[in-house]
Design a protein around this ligand. Structure first.
Ligand code: NAP
Length: 305
């Protein structure tokens, strides 16, 4: 029986592991990929205090090492379900069931799909959701990035080191991204913009994407552009499927907590990107993780009293 099982080893989960294990709790972190979560898809981080610039994977590795300093155990597992049996929580993985007094859900979010024809078919064959993973395959190509938020513009800028040109395609005529990031994109000679435009079909030759049909949302006009690579950054969807029976999510699927990171089930907490929150940043996930790590300690101490 663990004191706390943390589901997900992103910045939030790893911080919760650090705080809870430093409070001498028996901690298990379950993760189905490499530790780091969305950090592993992030090229450069320049808004995490203490580092003027660090790559996402480097920061992930530092957080991972730090999270194990006080005895937290990390294990591989794909969580499929959590059951609340009052004082005991059961965490089901594909081939294992773990038990704990408390659970911290830090499962994060996934890149949203556009849902147009050809997207699924050409995923990994010219359609990508990860510039850090796939950017280097597209040297000297003209690339398209879909979206107007921080991720689209930042990752579009990252891609300019490989691409001959990066066209950012946005459904409105003003970007959502932070101004400092926008300014960089407007100054970059390799970046141009296609405003008021959405992709309606990714076309290919069965092996690879070869062109994209774009629609101007104001005029309704559809045009076809040759394309060898497209990166989709249109926001995030919560990874909450395994928790849907617990009744802790809102209509959009994000987990609702109070300021103590508690859900409406005593002993079950949620932190980071998966939480219904106003800002999804590395720093906010870390803040959530520290609160939850401390809160599980208080909850367990009160149980034991
Ligand atoms: P986001 O902020 O939700 O932006 C999504 C973008 O995609 C918006 O511009 C949106 O258009 C567009 N979009 C949404 N659905 C679309 C569709 N079906 N078709 C075409 N376009 C669509 O998502 P994000 O950029 O992935 O960022 C997620 C979170 O991480 C945010 O909180 C962001 O601030 C944070 N983040 C921060 C940093 C940083 O601080 N350096 C870096 C990356 C991410 P509209 O603008 O019209 O809604």
């Amino acid at each position: 029986m663990y004191d706390v099982i943390i589901i997900g080893a992103g910045p939030g989960g790893m911080t919760a592991a650090l705080y809870a294990s430093r409070a001498d709790l028996k901690v298990l972190v379950i993760e189905r990929g490499a530790p780091g979560g969305q950090l592993m898809n992030t090229a450069d981080v320049e808004n995490y205090p203490g580092f003027s610039m660090i790559t996402g994977p480097d920061l992930a590795m530092k957080m991972y090492e730090n999270s194990t300093n006080f005895g937290a155990t990390h294990t591989y597992g794909n969580v499929t379900k959590v059951e609340n049996e009052g004082l005991v929580k059961k965490v089901y993985c594909e081939d294992e069931v773990y038990e704990a007094k408390t659970v911290i859900i830090a499962s994060g979010s996934d890149h949203r799909k556009i849902g147009v024809p050809g997207e699924e078919e050409y995923a990994g064959r010219g359609v990508s959701y990860c510039a850090v993973c796939d950017g280097a395959f597209f040297r000297d190509r003209h690339l398209y990035v879909i979206g107007g938020g921080d991720s689209a513009v930042e990752e579009g800028l990252y891609l300019t080191q490989f691409a001959s040109k990066v066209t950012i395609v946005h459904r409105r005529d003003t970007l959502r991204a932070q101004k400092v990031i926008q300014d960089r994109a407007f100054k970059n000679e390799k970046v141009d913009f296609l405003w008021d435009t959405v992709p309606v079909e990714f076309k290919g030759d069965d092996k690879q994407i070869t062109s994209i049909d774009f629609k101007n949302v104001k005029t309704g006009e559809v045009t076809n552009a040759e394309a060898e690579g497209v990166f989709v950054y249109i926001g995030l969807d919560p990874l909450t499927e395994p928790f849907k029976d617990l009744g802790i999510t809102n209509e959009e699927g994000w987990i609702v907590t109070n300021e103590h990171m508690e859900t409406n089930i005593p002993g079950i907490y949620a932190i980071g990107d998966v939480r219904d929150t106003v800002l999804r940043q590395i720093a906010t996930a870390v803040g959530d993780g520290s609160i939850a790590g401390q809160e599980v300690y208080k909850y367990i101490t009160e149980l034991d009293d």
